[in-house]
Ligand binder design. Structure first.
Ligand SMILES: Cc1cc2nc3c(=O)[nH]c(=O)nc-3n(C[C@H](O)[C@H](O)[C@H](O)COP(=O)(O)O)c2cc1C
Length: 213
């Protein structure tokens, strides 16, 4: 049974573009039939607590002498890892906050990027998610396109590509929408049509990916 793990992290529960785009992907996935199952986790409304101890960053065999974590935090991390490991496809809604990740999504990353468990550090191959698709839906208020004055300021997309792609070995596809603040910021008003076109294109792309991945 193909299984999707769908994560959202926008703090906007009414007008979020990343939530709308991940929902379009999830609808297309579900429309493929009852065998296409979904686990949904809203990292904003049901946030994970931050990591309580450095031990949680390491497989037990890689921990330093005396490096431990509370049993309830080990159990929570195991649950979050099992949820990811059970997924054939990962879908992540990732709004840009302060040029980076929302803290809620960063905390999820902290739980699942575990050397020796989800990424290889020593002689034991430890990349169980290698080759699985990860679709990252980014949504930014400004523009970070090549040639724009803020090109290079996007510290959201590169981190997710490095963690999910390079570290965990997943095959990452980014569905990006930007200039989402054009209707709100007077200086960006001329960009409203472009912003809406980017949003529409991202919705179409997410629908196509959800129907085929
Ligand atoms: C706390 C916060 C920080 C933000 N920081 C940035 C930023 O650094 N750069 C930017 O382009 N937009 C920024 N924005 C705007 C969001 O990226 C924009 O509203 C985007 O559409 C959020 O995704 P969503 O529509 O899925 O909620 C910020 C918004 C919030 C709420």
């Amino acid at each position: 049974m193909p299984h999707l793990l769908h994560l959202d992290s926008s703090a906007d529960l009414t007008g979020s573009r990343s939530r709308a785009i991940t929902a379009a992907f999830a609808k297309a996935w579900a429309d493929r039939g009852a065998d296409h199952t979904i686990t949904y986790r809203d990292l904003h409304t049901d946030p994970l607590p931050r990591l309580s101890a450095t031990a949680l960053h390491w497989a037990p065999r890689l921990r330093a002498e005396g490096e431990t974590a509370p049993a309830e935090d080990e159990a929570r991390q195991r649950m979050v890892l099992d949820e990811l490991l059970a997924a054939d496809v990962l879908l992540v809604g990732a709004p840009m906050y302060n040029y980076s990740l929302p803290s809620t999504l960063k905390t999820w990353v902290d739980h699942v990027h575990v050397p020796g468990v989800t990424t290889t550090l020593d002689d034991t191959p430890s990349q169980p998610l290698a080759g699985r698709p990860a679709v990252v839906v980014t949504s930014a208020g400004g523009s970070y396109a090549e040639g724009s004055p803020t090109a290079g300021w996007d510290h959201l997309t590169p981190v997710l590509r490095i963690i999910l792609g390079d570290a965990l070995g997943m095959t990452v596809t980014v569905v990006a929408t930007e200039l989402t603040l054009a209707p709100r910021i007077p200086d960006l008003a001329p960009q409203v049509p472009h912003s809406e076109a980017l949003f529409a294109a991202a919705l179409d792309r997410a629908t196509a990916l959800g129907a085929t991945l």
